[in-house]
Design a binder for this molecule. Structure first.
Ligand code: HCB
Length: 225
């Protein structure tokens, strides 16, 4: 049964069928399948297949938009389930999250935000197409510990560097950690632009954010001792 449902989930995204995706997500919840498993083993592989077919000219922009709608429909069902995981957890830190300037991809960023919230982080999602200066202004206003910057296009990756530079100009760089991610982003790129870390997926983003918070947690433990 799980293999069948996972392949149906994948297909519902490739075919761009929001109602089917939503129904499958509901079935997964009813069957006790972990929401993260449904996302990463069922729906996300469908997004990857869509992207690959688009890259090979076998699918077109409206198809990719339909797939994104189907993914959103599945997330609408699974998001509250993911959030339930962390309801009782204390706040682990404040994260300001956004997709970089010129880029409107948001599905991965939303997933990262949901999982960070589920693990006790207070997340402020700025949305898509966000300029470096806005990241810096919001990081200051919200007293962010971490800024998470998503980029899905090779042409917008360079704007992640712009976020690091904007934080430097605002005099915030020593207080705010920067983590980057998105399909074309690599660890090497993160190092090159002076970010504090790279995460390949939402679970790794949680682990990274937790490790970035460790020095602050140690400092505040020392202060209260
Ligand atoms: Co879009 N698109 N797209 N797209 N798109 C990609 C990204 C291509 C790779 C497809 C391809 O050619 N094979 C390609 C980029 C090529 C490149 O630059 N190398 C591409 C293109 C070209 C374009 C347009 C230029 C197409 C056009 O107009 N001709 C256009 C650009 C618009 C713009 O942004 N200015 C465009 C538009 C669209 C939409 C609107 C149709 C739609 C987005 C809808 C939306 O988000 N609301 C879309 C989609 C859906 C995709 C694909 C198919 C899926 C992206 C996705 O949601 N993946 C994508 C193909 C692909 O990525 N394989 C394709 C699923 C999520 C879960 O994964 O990688 O986003 P993720 O996030 C992960 C991970 O990276 C990490 O954790 C997340 C969760 O596990 N992570 C972080 C992400 N951000 C992080 C931040 C952190 O701090 C830490 C970790």
């Amino acid at each position: 049964m799980p293999d069948d449902i996972f392949s149906a989930m994948r297909q519902s995204i490739i075919d761009g069928l929001p109602d089917t995706a939503s129904e499958l997500a509901l079935r997964a919840v009813a069957a006790g399948i972990a929401p993260l498993e449904a996302i990463s083993d069922g729906f996300v592989p469908g997004m990857h297949a869509t992207g690959e077919q688009f890259g090979r000219g076998k699918m077109f922009l409206p198809d990719m938009m339909a797939s994104a709608e189907a993914m959103r429909a599945a997330m609408t069902v699974l998001d509250p389930e993911l959030k339930k995981l962390g309801r009782e957890r204390p706040t682990s830190g404040v994260v300001v999250l956004g997709t970089t300037q010129g880029d409107i991809h948001e599905i991965g960023k939303i997933l990262v935000g949901t999982l960070l919230s589920a693990h006790g982080f207070r997340v402020h999602d700025l949305g898509v197409d966000i300029a470096g200066e806005t990241f810096a202004a919001q990081a200051r206003a919200l007293r962010a510990d971490i800024v998470g910057v998503s980029a899905l296009l090779t042409t917008t990756m360079c704007n992640q560097k712009g976020v690091v530079e904007a934080l430097e100009r605002a005099g915030l760089r020593s207080q705010v950690k920067v983590m980057v991610g998105g399909a074309p982003v690599t660890r090497k790129w993160a190092e090159e632009i002076g970010a504090d870390g790279y995460a390949k997926d939402a679970m790794s983003a949680v682990a990274l954010a937790q490790s970035l918070m460790e020095p602050k947690a140690r400092d505040s433990a020392a202060e209260t001792a």
